[in-house]
Design a protein around this ligand. Structure first.
Ligand code: HEC
Ligand code: HEC
Ligand code: HEC
Ligand code: HEC
Length: 224
């Protein structure tokens, strides 16, 4: 036989009521606070888009071939407006045997190779016909064929370029889907000063979590 449960005393009943009332008030207060402060999703820092200059496809330089295609001003290439065919301009040097580029060609800053090893105009231009190039092995090339001129001295780079490894190809790898375009050496390299200045690299990819805010960095202007 179980003993009859003892009826709780008057005072303990009152205490329970006070505790319940206290808890109720606590929850009501919490509800009031939560209602007063509207809930917002955790704000995520905005991920900046990649600076579009890194996606730019236009070449840095326009070649003779580009200008001819666009029917643009080709007066720089009309050598015989100023020169005479029978009288090719002689090369002049200072007392250190450094080539002097005349004022009329002051837009040309020669600097081909680390020790100006390839600065002589007639290493590339044809002394007998300024309107063409001549390679060291005696081939005459048109202005629009300048990549083959470069290739006559830079064999490995030319081979890589033909394979699509050096210099950029735009368009379709699969030629059946569309056309692809290979830039000429002089679209990237200034033939007279071909070294490409160092540029800032593009920013790294954005991680999915914990976005690290990176200021998009503009590449340093490189107009060779
Ligand atoms: C606007 C006039 C003008 C045009 C166009 C021009 N030249 Fe000249 N060039 C000059 C003058 C002036 C000189 C210096 C005088 C001289 O040696 O006859 C010169 C000098 C040269 C020299 C000698 C450079 C040196 O270091 O001494 C070469 C090589 C040359 N020109 C090649 C060319 C070629 C190639 C073209 C065309 C692609 C061309 N020029 C177009 C005016 C011109
Ligand atoms: C490494 C080969 C090379 C040498 C060396 C060189 N040139 Fe050129 N030059 C070129 C090529 C390639 C072009 C045409 C590039 C193009 O398609 O835009 C050119 C273009 C030119 C032009 C017409 C466009 C312009 O930039 O004004 C002139 C004028 C010229 N060269 C003069 C000279 C003179 C003068 C010298 C010597 C001081 C010289 N070049 C040395 C390769 C060379
Ligand atoms: C007559 C031979 C000859 C021709 C043609 C020639 N180059 Fe060069 N090139 C050289 C030599 C020599 C050097 C210097 C190598 C060195 O200094 O170690 C050089 C260096 C260079 C460099 C490295 C420059 C540096 O400072 O790091 C580049 C890029 C270059 N050439 C591009 C070209 C392009 C583009 C053409 C065509 C417009 C061209 N070359 C045509 C002989 C040539
Ligand atoms: C789409 C642009 C582009 C084209 C087209 C291009 N190059 Fe370059 N080339 C570069 C860049 C970028 C470098 C690396 C420069 C650096 O490392 O400082 C370079 C480097 C070079 C060098 C320096 C030596 C080396 O191997 O690093 C040579 C020489 C050279 N190129 C020759 C050529 C020749 C020749 C052609 C054409 C047959 C050509 N390039 C076409 C962009 C180009």
């Amino acid at each position: 036989m179980s003993p009859t449960p003892k009826r709780p005393s008057e005072s303990s009943l009152r205490r329970t009521n006070w505790v319940l009332a206290g808890i109720t008030c606590g929850f009501l207060a919490l509800a009031a606070v939560l209602l007063a402060t509207p809930w917002k999703p955790a704000t995520q820092a905005k991920i900046p888009l990649v600076d579009p200059s890194f996606l730019e496809q236009t070449a840095w330089r326009k070649s003779y071939a580009d200008l001819a295609r666009e029917k643009a001003d080709l007066s720089d290439f009309q050598c015989y407006v100023c020169h005479e065919k029978k009288n090719p301009p002689p090369l002049r040097y200072d007392d250190q045997h450094v080539l002097i580029v005349p004022d009329e060609h002051s837009d040309i800053k020669m600097g081909h190779g680390t020790h100006n090893r390839n600065n002589l105009c007639y290493n590339c231009h044809n002394e007998g016909n300024l309107l063409t190039f001549s390679t060291r092995d005696g081939n005459e090339l048109q202005f629009a064929e300048s990549s083959r001129l470069c290739g006559s001295c830079h064999g490995p780079n030319f081979r890589d370029w033909e394979a699509g490894v050096h210099g950029r190809m735009n368009g379709y790898w699969n030629h059946q889907l569309g056309e692809f375009k290979r830039l000429d050496c002089v679209n990237c390299h200034n033939p007279h000063a071909p070294r490409i200045p160092t540029r800032k690299p593009a920013p790294p990819p954005h991680p999915l979590r914990q976005p690290v805010l990176l200021e998009p960095q503009a590449p340093q202007a490189t107009t060779p």
